[in-house]
Design a protein around this ligand. Structure first.
Ligand code: ZN
Length: 412
């Protein structure tokens, strides 16, 4: 869970506010007060007499809408999911309030694939460069940006659309709630299929820990590197091993070897070439810095612009070096607790598009096969030692070519 801890300072981007310049413009054309000297009024024509009136800005010209990373699709629990972010910037000098966002597919006139409003919209939005607080994220300050995090499960059997459009309804609270709609142009959905991977770990049970809705979680952690914001761990999973007692640890949790997953063999998910190795950080790693939060890690170039990254592994458990070739299933490390591992020993795993810890876009992937045993209700349930809910034996099933649902308990 390293990215969450690295995220707070990362994306302090946003756009510089235009408030000062715009305000002075408004003052420049405002009607002079009665206190203005009549001498001055005689010396120059009144602005209102000679200057064109500044047109009122339409609410529909108030937003810039960007989708920096093309929407990706991935199969989770027999349903196709669309995953991407919509960056929405207020280009006005006044606050704007988002009322609704519709996600529209290929067919014009068809009902939206999703409509977000009220709490459903608020909880999917985050302000760029601002600490989360209790205020309503649907209100965008002058010059500020919010990001809408989309994790959209299409209906079962529904095909992935080729393009998406977005219809954003907004209000201008300072102008008596004046309302408008912005419809942004079509954006292509990625047509390439997620890379198909072998298991990163053996046996189980393992919990696939992630939460697309978690504030500050992997899926929402934006990093600005070389002037571009990206989400490297968009599809990251933290893997935690369970014992027969359904817990991740027995006895004193401060003893690493009491954690069932500690020391487990970590496997190459495909054939590839090692492109990054850090192997000598101690456990625990103190102090945690942005540079060592991933702990000991390994990156494998799988080809086709896909890079698999494994983090937090045991010190000196990686014996490979940059340039080495690996075969799928080969042992590449042992599960550990280096770097930022507040939840205890686990394997952080993700796939991205570059050999860079933070300067890369997270890409979807699927596993060839895994057996679904049940699930935890939430990450909190897992962390607080609550039991997971096993599936009835007749519903235990093998899933193929899918990403596990979050908090799934499974066996490879
Ligand atoms: Zn992680």
């Amino acid at each position: 869970m390293s990215r969450a801890s690295r995220s707070p300072t990362a994306a302090r981007g946003g756009l510089p506010s235009c408030r000062t310049a715009a305000t002075s413009r408004v003052i420049g054309i405002s009607t002079p007060s009665r206190a203005a000297s009549s001498r001055a009024m005689r010396a120059v024509p009144t602005p209102s007499a000679t200057w064109p009136r500044r047109p009122r800005i339409s609410p529909s010209a108030s937003l810039e809408v960007q989708i920096p990373a093309a929407p990706a699709s991935v199969r989770i629990g027999s349903r196709n999911h669309l995953v991407y972010e919509v960056h929405i910037t207020n280009v006005r000098t006044v606050d704007l309030a988002l009322a609704r966002v519709d996600v529209l597919g290929d067919e014009s006139g068809a009902s939206p694939l999703a409509s977000y409003q009220d709490t459903d919209l608020r909880t999917r939005l985050a302000r760029v460069g601002a600490r989360p607080d209790a205020s309503d994220t649907r209100v965008i300050s002058a010059g500020a940006r919010v990001v809408l995090f989309v994790w959209l499960a299409l209906d079962e059997g529904a095909a992935v659309p080729a393009t998406l459009r977005h219809r954003i309804a907004l209000q201008v609270p300072s102008h008596e709630g004046e309302a408008g709609v912005v419809e942004s142009g079509p954006i292509d959905v990625r047509r390439d299929s997620p890379v198909v991977l072998d298991a990163p770990l053996r046996g189980g049970p393992w919990v696939a820990v992630y939460d697309p809705a978690m504030t500050g979680g992997h899926r929402r952690a934006l990093f600005a590197v070389a002037g571009k914001m990206r989400i490297p761990a968009r599809f990251a999973i933290d893997w935690i091993r369970l014992g027969d007692d359904g817990q991740s640890v027995r006895g004193d949790r401060s003893i690493l070897s009491n954690h069932y997953g500690y020391g487990a063999e970590v496997l190459a998910v495909g054939d590839g070439v090692v492109t990054a190795v850090v192997a000598d950080l101690p456990e625990p790693t103190i102090p945690i810095t942005p540079d060592n939060a991933a702990g000991n890690y390994l990156t494998i170039d799988l080809g086709g612009g896909r890079f698999a990254s494994y983090e937090h592994v045991q010190p000196h458990s990686i014996t490979l070096k940059v340039g080495d070739r690996v075969r799928s299933g080969q042992i590449v490390a042992r599960l550990g607790a280096s770097g930022s591992v507040s939840s205890g020993p686990h394997l952080h795993f993700h796939v991205s598009d570059a050999n860079s810890a933070l300067g890369a876009e997270g890409l979807p992937y699927v596993f060839k096969s895994f057996e679904v045993l049940g699930a935890f209700e939430s990450i909190e349930a897992l962390v607080s030692g609550n039991a997971w809910a096993p599936l009835p034996i007749e519903r235990v099933r093998t899933q193929q070519l899918e990403l596990p649902h979050h908090q799934t308990v499974l066996r490879f």
